[in-house]
Write a protein that binds this ligand. Structure first.
Ligand SMILES: Cc1cc2nc3c(=O)[nH]c(=O)nc-3n(C[C@H](O)[C@H](O)[C@H](O)COP(=O)(O)OP(=O)(O)OC[C@H]3O[C@@H](n4cnc5c(N)ncnc54)[C@H](O)[C@@H]3O)c2cc1C
Length: 237
């Protein structure tokens, strides 16, 4: 299903209200956006950095906060060591800074209250599905929801304090001491344990993770029209 993309707002300078570390390499920027347009859970913003010589670089970042959080937009950024933009956003930006943004963008990977709701995320791909989880908690508490969240190790969890019984964490490299599931990439059994008979599945993460998860969902009976995919880029699991 293709939905019309809502028109994003104009480029504007947002004020950084806070920078909150989520783990050793992921931070959440809380931005106050002037004349902010309400977003749908799953949409993203574009961040543009411009150097003194005029060189600029733009990157997309999903909104992790729910639309109900009026006036602000939270972006959760994973630092890629050799990256142009993510190291600046996670290491250099401090409260009070201004960051140029445009959004919200995207009309496909959005959740409008469809039920039941399956969320599948790898690493920082949890950002847009957290907007869905948070919005569901605030405005659609009767919608059944499950989150399957793949991270490398316990210290890699993002939004750890907000994950409840709806969440199953898959550790790909190292598990917590009490874990019964051995470390490893998501399997058909992991997906079977969270799959619903109907409703959409939203899958977000690195390209490799998204492709693998989509294949497992299809094997589990999710036809293509029920699966929405958001790919962040190369590598990872
Ligand atoms: C719709 C959309 C939403 C996104 N939302 C988020 C988000 O919420 N949080 C977030 O952290 N990122 C998100 N991304 C990814 C983000 O836009 C950037 O690609 C990422 O931050 C890297 O930018 P950079 O300038 O730091 O690295 P670059 O300078 O672009 O790349 C540096 C190196 O890392 C590789 N690389 C690029 N992207 C990735 C990646 N995702 N994983 C592994 N290697 C990569 C490149 O091939 C290159 O070798 C999103 C991408 C899209 C398309």
């Amino acid at each position: 299903m293709t939905e019309p993309a809502p028109t994003p707002g104009p480029w504007t300078f947002a004020t950084v209200e806070s920078v909150r570390p989520e783990n050793a390499h992921v931070a959440t920027l809380r931005l106050r956006v002037p004349d902010r347009r309400a977003h749908l859970p799953g949409q993203h913003y574009i961040v543009r950095l411009t150097a003194e010589d005029g060189y600029s670089a733009s990157r997309s970042y999903s909104v992790a906060s729910p639309p109900e959080d009026a006036g602000v937009v939270e972006l959760t950024v994973d630092r890629l060591p050799a990256g142009e933009v993510s190291p600046y956003l996670t290491e250099d930006v401090v409260a009070g800074d201004e960051v140029e943004v445009r959004g919200p963008v995207g009309g496909y990977f959005v959740w409008r209250g469809e039920s039941p709701l399956l969320l599948v995320a790898g690493g920082s791909g949890v950002a847009p599905v957290m907007a869905m989880l948070r919005s569901r908690r605030l405005s659609h508490p009767d919608v059944p929801v499950r989150l399957l969240f793949s991270v490398r190790a316990p210290e890699e969890l993002i939004f750890a304090t907000e994950l409840g019984p709806e969440t199953t964490v898959v550790y790909t490299r190292r598990t917590p001491p009490a874990a019964t599931r051995p470390a490893g990439r998501i399997t058909a059994d992991d997906v079977a344990a969270v799959a619903f008979d109907d409703g959409p599945a939203y899958v977000c993460g690195s390209t490799g993770f998204v492709e693998a998860a989509a294949t497992l969902l299809a094997q589990q009976g999710y036809d293509r029209s029920r699966i929405k995919l958001e790919r962040y880029g190369s590598s990872g699991s």
